[in-house]
Design a protein around this ligand. Structure first.
Ligand SMILES: Nc1ncnc2c1ncn2[C@@H]1O[C@H](COP(=O)(O)OP(=O)(O)O)[C@@H](O)[C@H]1O
Ligand SMILES: O=C(O)C[C@@H](O)[C@H](O)C(=O)COP(=O)(O)O
Length: 331
């Protein structure tokens, strides 16, 4: 079992911090980017997707981020507001920075990739001046994502947010969200990821993401060895995701739980991790046991990968329960 203590008096359940971007998802399937001619626009960025997913599940959600001072920035803020996400701490960049764009390529359901345009992006301009201690202490959970650590001043903003969260008993969830092209040096990447992970109660990542953090080791760690390192810091739960093979969660008391996957009609693979995280966090906040929270995460992922978008596709509790019931009656 795990031990996460949420402060009961907080008006918000979860605050996401970091990237607010745009996904431009290919309208043509089974088609390389060179031949793709049209895209549909959605709000994107891993922490944005997770926060939207959490809000759809009924968690009272806020966001700390920075958007461009243009139509794209306004589109993002309006979308969050429509999804009942508090945007009072979403700042507007005044330096002429732009919104990050993620063009998705769907060559086949198993072969998807993302082409990111992230030069001079507003999300990485988030600074310590945009971090309010009062706001952070108004939440039970703070969700951070690794990409915001890629450059200053966003990096320092996240570390300040972590400082406030630890001071005020806000449970910190870290979705590793490693995007190589936002970083310039492998060693620098691992260094900052490890420094942030030390301060978090829940760490969620893929095997490859943990491998990146462990690049200084001479031998490859097993999942169990990877997880155990963090229990000597603040971690209560470490989740290691293995794509279509499922996930495994470790708890500080030495237990581990294997999470399966649901059969689904995969349209594209991106969005799996973000939907898994939002539904898994929902389970944790409802104090479910880990197998139930992992099943809920896995079902949400199965739904989202069968749909065109990540953010817009995030399901409600009712949809996830219906999907689980339907899947169980069809095995
Ligand atoms: N092909 C698939 N079919 C069913 N579920 C999947 C599939 N791929 C991923 N999932 C679910 O999504 C979760 C996260 O996926 P994963 O690919 O590991 O994360 P990320 O998207 O962050 O790389 C998995 O643990 C699993 O539950
Ligand atoms: O995070 C981004 O900037 C892009 C996302 O919006 C995107 O759609 C995606 O890659 C989702 O990531 P995943 O859930 O880890 O597959």
């Amino acid at each position: 079992m795990y031990n996460l203590n949420y402060q009961a008096d907080r008006p918000l359940d979860l605050i996401g911090v970091g990237r607010l971007c745009i996904d431009l998802n290919a309208d043509q399937f089974n088609c390389p980017m060179e031949e793709t001619s049209s895209f549909t626009k959605y709000v994107g960025g891993s922490p944005a997707n997770i926060s939207i997913g959490a809000s759809r599940l009924g968690l009272k959600t806020g966001f700390i981020g920075k958007v461009s001072d243009d139509q794209m920035g306004r589109f993002i803020v309006n979308y969050l507001k429509n999804d009942h996400i508090d945007t009072t701490n979403v700042a507007i960049d005044k330096t002429g920075a732009v919104t990050g764009l993620a063009f998705t390529e769907i060559k086949s359901p198993e072969d998807c990739s993302i082409l990111m345009y992230r030069d001079n992006v507003a999300d990485l301009k988030l600074s310590t001046d945009n971090i309010s201690e009062d706001y952070i202490k108004s939440s039970k959970v703070l969700l951070i994502s690794g990409t915001a650590l890629a450059a200053s001043p966003s990096r320092e903003a996240v570390f300040l947010a972590l400082e406030h969260a630890r001071k005020h008993g806000v449970v910190v969830v870290f979705d590793l969200d490693y995007r190589p092209y936002t970083w310039t040096s492998d060693k620098e990447t691992a260094t900052y990821y490890n420094l942030a992970a030390e301060k978090c109660e829940v760490i969620i990542g893929t095997r490859e993401e943990f491998d990146m953090m462990e690049q200084f080791y001479t031998e490859k760690n097993t999942d169990k060895q990877t997880a155990s390192k963090w229990f000597s810091h603040h971690a209560e739960i470490v989740v290691i995701k293995h794509g279509a093979e499922g996930s495994i969660a470790y708890t500080k008391d030495g237990e581990s739980y294997t999470g399966g996957t649901f059969k689904t009609k995969v349209l594209k693979t991106f969005g799996a991790g973000d939907s898994y995280a939002s539904a898994f966090i929902y389970g944790l906040m409802n104090k479910w046991d880990l197998p139930k929270a992992m099943e809920f995460g896995s079902a949400s992922a199965a739904i989202v990968i069968s749909r065109h978008s990540c953010s817009d596709a995030m399901p409600s509790v009712k949809e996830i329960n219906k999907f689980i019931d339907h899947s169980k009656t069809n095995v």
